[in-house]
Design a binder for this molecule. Sequence first.
Ligand SMILES: *[C@@H]1O[C@H](CO)[C@@H](O)[C@H](O)[C@H]1NC(C)=O
Ligand SMILES: *[C@@H]1O[C@H](CO)[C@@H](O)[C@H](O)[C@H]1NC(C)=O
Ligand SMILES: *[C@@H]1O[C@H](CO)[C@@H](O)[C@H](O)[C@H]1NC(C)=O
Length: 201
Amino acid sequence: MGASLCHAQTFLFILLLFSNYWCSCLATNPIATSANNKDYIKISCDTTLYPQLCFQYLSPYADKIQTSPKLLANTSLSIALSATRSTSSMIENLSNTSGLNPTEKAALLDCVEELSDSVYELQGSMKEMAKADSGGSNFKLLMSDIETWTSAALTDDDTCTDGFEGNAMNGQVKTIVLSHVGEIEQLTSIALAFINNYAAT
Ligand SMILES: *[C@@H]1O[C@H](CO)[C@@H](O)[C@H](O)[C@H]1NC(C)=O
Ligand SMILES: *[C@@H]1O[C@H](CO)[C@@H](O)[C@H](O)[C@H]1NC(C)=O
Ligand SMILES: *[C@@H]1O[C@H](CO)[C@@H](O)[C@H](O)[C@H]1NC(C)=O
């Protein structure tokens, strides 16, 4: 009886040793963790309207985001902001090219105005994001502000593309604007989805 108790203790000891080893191995294996982080981006992106674009832009940040809804929202916001900035500058440059008719030039300049409003609004969202912490006392209020700013950016992007609807516009200018602004609208929509998701935590 003494011997079998001893056996049982040895068995438990070995089991404990292995389970410790197994758990710490899972927790620190960088390859497993990295795959896990990428899965989180994939699963999250699949809940948005643009899963492929989302994964394309966010997967390079998987190891920074890990599985944090806050970092996911913040990173997607920051991506939308920098894309909006560069699209705005590209359209501003386009408005200076020769051979535009006055209607096109006016629509491009309006668009630059609207996109600079978007930049301002997304910057506002980023500032509030830095203060928002789930569990913080004014979390709900901050998140609601961020949702408002980000939705306003989406509306401004949309107002830009509205200026190019109709047949009067040159095919090429219209195509360039619609494709670039279309992409920042999608990126902003993705950011808004992740902001809503973080707000619900
Ligand atoms: C806009 O033009 C400026 C000056 O020509 C240039 O430095 C900048 O890279 C251009 N921006 C884009 C987005 O093409
Ligand atoms: C566009 O041209 C205006 C003057 O017509 C100039 O002030 C502005 O800097 C130019 N913008 C870019 C981005 O090249
Ligand atoms: C959000 O992203 C910006 C830009 O990458 C970064 O500077 C900032 O520290 C991030 N904020 C949070 C709360 O992670």
